[in-house]
Design a protein around this ligand. Structure first.
Ligand code: 5GP
Length: 119
């Protein structure tokens, strides 16, 4: 499917919609999820327009993973979280609601059911 430049994360990247940024670099932006499933729930997105992980260039995929690792490390330290769930969803059938590729970083403390919407 063609990338929709009006999706909410594209609009956040263009500064048309506010977010709470926690990290940005030349290739990625990380910001707080508007409906967090746990304290510290953070999203990391590439600047490259891509609907799913399958649409990303190898360079953008590499930058996205590197940024996700960096931000997840910082979230883990800031919240003293014993566990971090990384979730990345591709396609409406899998539960993707925003058609711009993203990683979820969700702190876990143990005892929660596993899964993105389990908290
Ligand atoms: P998905 O279900 O596509 O894997 O995840 C999309 C995520 O984007 C959800 O966790 C949802 O709460 C978050 N989200 C949707 N709209 C906005 C928004 O306008 N701002 C922010 N910060 N997060 C959003």
């Amino acid at each position: 499917m063609a990338y929709d430049p009006q999706n909410i994360f594209a609009r956040i990247l263009r500064g048309e919609i506010p977010c709470i940024p926690v990290h940005e670099d030349a290739h990625t932006l990380a910001f707080m999820d508007i409906m967090p499933q746990a304290d510290g729930h953070t999203l990391v997105i590439p600047r490259e327009p891509a609907e799913t992980i399958f649409d990303l260039s190898p360079e953008a995929a590499h930058a996205l993973i590197a940024s996700t690792q960096k931000v997840a490390r910082a979230v883990r330290a800031a919240l003293e979280a014993p566990g971090i769930l990384l979730a990345q969803v591709n396609g409406a059938a899998a539960g993707q609601t925003v058609p711009h590729v993203h990683f979820h970083i969700i702190p876990r403390r143990g005892g929660e059911p596993l899964g993105l919407h389990a908290a």
